[in-house]
Design a protein around this ligand. Structure first.
Ligand SMILES: [Ca+2]
Ligand SMILES: [Ca+2]
Length: 243
């Protein structure tokens, strides 16, 4: 009886998937609140990580509430988004400018990244998500996210990296979101139809979130041996009792 319970418990521990948790998140809001969206913070609001600019973009903080708003539960005047501009010239620098986030995934698997993103009318319509497993080389994941039109928040953009080798349990994991040429073309397209792409357009980020599942600790070989020995002993006792 005891043996059966132990075996059942062991299988249950293996079969139940760990719940996803928020590993790192940026809401870009000032701490403490200063009631101004034009001031904000690049310090992660949950966990830790580094947010940085890629390829010559510059950034300010601007409202997370304007244009319909992000999903930030803080809808006060302190709700900021990270507002990027200074994009590459038309026809140049495909996938070279945007935002980068270094978080690492040590101790976690089933990694999902999500974020809210507002496109201005003249900003690049296409936003390509890229990941890195060494912090150096970045690889496209999926096709680019497309905005149509601009001056709108596209909330809950999400990529599921759980099947990508090297993403789980990796201190060097990083990702970036960069402006991409229109598919099959040699230049950018503005987010709003009829507008012209401009280097002064803006992308605004909010609620950049890394969700993942804590990995079960891997038992040491000695622990496995002890567990098997224990089960064997229980089996002997059970047989003796049955005899
Ligand atoms: Ca503020
Ligand atoms: Ca915010």
């Amino acid at each position: 009886m005891i043996k059966h319970l132990v075996v059942a418990a062991a299988f249950a521990a293996v079969a139940v998937p760990a719940q996803a948790v928020t590993v790192t998140q940026w809401n870009f809001n000032s701490v403490p609140s200063d009631a101004s969206s034009s001031t904000g913070s690049l310090v992660a609001s949950v966990g830790s990580g580094v947010a940085s600019l890629v390829g010559g973009t510059t950034a300010t903080f601007a409202s997370g509430n304007a244009s319909g708003g992000s999903t930030d539960p803080d809808t006060s005047t302190n709700d900021s988004g990270w507002n990027l501009t200074a994009w590459a010239a038309q026809g140049a620098g495909d996938k070279s400018r945007g935002a980068r986030f270094d978080t690492g995934t040590t101790g976690f698997d089933s990694v999902v990244v999500s974020w809210d993103q507002r496109h201005s009318n003249t900003s690049s319509r296409y936003a390509q998500f890229q990941y890195s497993t060494d912090g150096i080389a970045f690889h496209d994941f999926g096709t680019a996210f497309a905005a149509d039109p601009g001056d709108v928040w596209y909330n809950g953009r999400s990529v599921d990296l759980s099947s990508v080798a090297g993403v789980a349990d990796n201190a060097s994991f990083a990702f970036r979101i960069v402006a991409a040429f229109a598919p099959g073309e040699s230049g950018y397209v503005a987010s709003t139809p009829g507008s012209s792409y401009g280097t002064a357009g803006t992308w605004r980020f909010d609620m950049v979130t890394i969700s993942a599942a804590p990995m079960a600790p891997v038992p040491e070989p000695e622990t496995c041996a002890m567990l098997l020995a224990g089960l064997a002993a229980l089996g002997v006792v059970a047989r003796r009792r049955a005899a």
